[in-house]
Design a protein around this ligand. Structure first.
Ligand code: 6PG
Length: 468
């Protein structure tokens, strides 16, 4: 009794895999799930070296744990998290720690943090990235909560996290909901990059008429370049996969994609904080567009565009696509990181962007070689307002400008939708515009609504009777 280091509630795939990962690292771990089957299957999967005990009884589970207890909840975000907390609460003691490891909306974490702090319980919201494999063999972990209480969790989390150059992909990120917020922004970036990759795939396939095996080879080659990343790597695997009849599986997968909401939350919060995230917004919008298949079929017959056939120098076209993708991926990260910079001030998270870049280098879905460049950029200048202002990143962006411009031109001419690529370029062109046409928006607001405007030649607030 009271000999187990850590407890996990919810033995679905993520919970079970994290638990086994901890057990591999020689931690004694207890599991709780109401489903007897899950408890049994975990017990069967454990090997003799593992110190694991799983149960369906809350009281038995809590009695197994060393005090102060450390308990991670891995159940679907929302009401189930509250239900589990309520079931644990009567049996907990002051100083115990609860960690929610789901993709929870950050304001829910703030509410739980406040409620549980009042009862002397430390509450953590922790983003976990890397999917089921990551959970089993090394995820990126994004914990937020009470800093002192984190010291009790540190050795366990550092032992199970992915490692890059020997450094674990986990670090305390900040107070309250900081961990969930950072994970939300991670997922917003994930949405953006996935959209950009699918657009480039479409350009290769419909635009240049390449077959899937050729496209697969291009992505495999790209993964040995500055584009090296998990999301590029898996495209090679996906395009290689054949169905039972030997055909490429990708060609029988439907073109409407589901979403659980983290991308939408990122966009919504970007609007709330007035941080422009057009690539991420476009990614969310395009998933929504994808869902409307019957209407798209109808429109495809009515709204027709006959693209001209042009002569293409394929090697240079592929090179341009590569540059366009690299450019747009950097822009997507820039948007997500700018959101984190603003959120840190707005919600008093006191985020350290260098730390975030560091723990995103391994384990998580958006891991990529560029994260090391970002880490170095923030190490040089912790006050960097936007990653695009770093010399190394600015150079990479500038070198790929002609590629993104020619790719956008090609797609427009072909009538292939590239909302992500286009919005990345629009973000860039707006961001580098010393003067924007927003003066005309100011004038319009004042014209029809007497909303007033400011001037560049003198201070103050002005209104004009425009019709005089
Ligand atoms: C991760 C993923 C993970 C999950 C996404 C899927 O970091 O491991 O982001 O959290 O796969 O939430 O999100 P959608 O269902 O919204 O695409």
């Amino acid at each position: 009794m009271k000999t187990f280091d850590f407890g996990i509630v919810g033995l679905g795939v993520m919970g079970r895999n994290l638990l086994l990962n901890m057990a591999d690292q020689k931690h004694a771990v207890a599991g709780l799930d109401l489903d007897t089957e899950k408890v049994l299957s975990l017990t069967q999967e454990a090997n003799p070296q593992h110190q694991i005990k799983a149960t369906t009884e809350v009281k038995e589970f809590l009695e197994l744990l060393k005090q102060p207890r450390a308990i991670m909840i891995l159940v679907p975000a929302g009401k189930p998290v509250d239900t589990v907390i309520q079931s644990l609460l009567p049996h907990l003691d002051k100083g115990d720690i609860i960690i929610d490891g789901g993709n929870t909306y950050f304001t829910d974490t703030d509410r739980r943090f406040t409620e549980l702090s009042a009862k002397g319980i430390h509450f953590f919201g922790m983003g976990i990235s890397g999917g089921e494999k990551g959970a089993r063999f090394g995820p990126s972990l994004m914990p937020g909560g009470n800093k002192e209480a984190y010291e009790r969790l540190r050795p366990i989390f550092e032992s199970i996290a992915a490692k890059v150059d020997g450094e674990p992909c986990v670090e305390y990120l900040g107070n309250g909901s900081a961990g969930n917020y950072v994970k939300m922004a991670h997922n917003g970036i994930e949405y953006g990059i996935m959209q950009l990759i699918s657009e480039v795939y479409d350009l290769m396939k419909r635009g240049y008429g390449l077959d899937d095996s050729t496209i697969q080879k291009v992505f495999e080659d790209w993964n040995d370049t500055e584009l090296q990343s998990y999301l590029i790597e898996i495209i090679g695997h996906i395009l290689k996969k054949t169905d039972t009849d030997g055909q490429k599986l990708i060609n029988v997968i439907s073109d409407w994609a589901k979403s659980k909401g983290t991308g939408k939350w990122t966009s919504q919060n970007g609007m709330d904080l007035e941080v422009p995230l057009p690539t991420i917004d476009a990614a969310v919008a395009m998933r929504n567009m994808s869902k409307n298949k019957p209407e798209r079929i109808e429109a495809s017959a009515k709204l027709v565009w006959n693209a001209e056939q042009g002569n293409t120098d394929l090697p240079s076209a592929i090179e341009a696509l590569k540059g366009a993708l690299h450019f747009s991926i950097l822009i997507t990260y820039a948007q997500g990181l700018a959101l984190l910079t603003k959120a840190s001030q707005e919600y008093n998270y006191d985020l350290n962007l260098e730390t975030i870049a560091k723990i995103w280098r391994g384990g998580c879905i958006i891991r990529s070689v560029v994260l090391e460049d970002f880490r170095q950029a923030y190490a040089k200048n912790g006050e960097l307002k936007n990653i695009l202002l770093d010399d190394t990143i600015a150079k990479a962006i500038n070198e790929n400008q002609s590629s993104i411009r020619s790719t956008v031109q090609f797609a427009v001419q072909k009538g292939i939708p590239i909302a992500g690529l286009m919005n990345s370029l629009a973000y860039f062109d707006a961001y580098r515009s010393e003067k924007l046409p927003t003066s005309l928006i100011q004038a319009q607001r004042d014209y029809f609504g007497a909303h007033t405007y400011e001037r560049i030649d003198t201070n103050g607030i002005f209104h004009t009777e425009w019709n005089d």
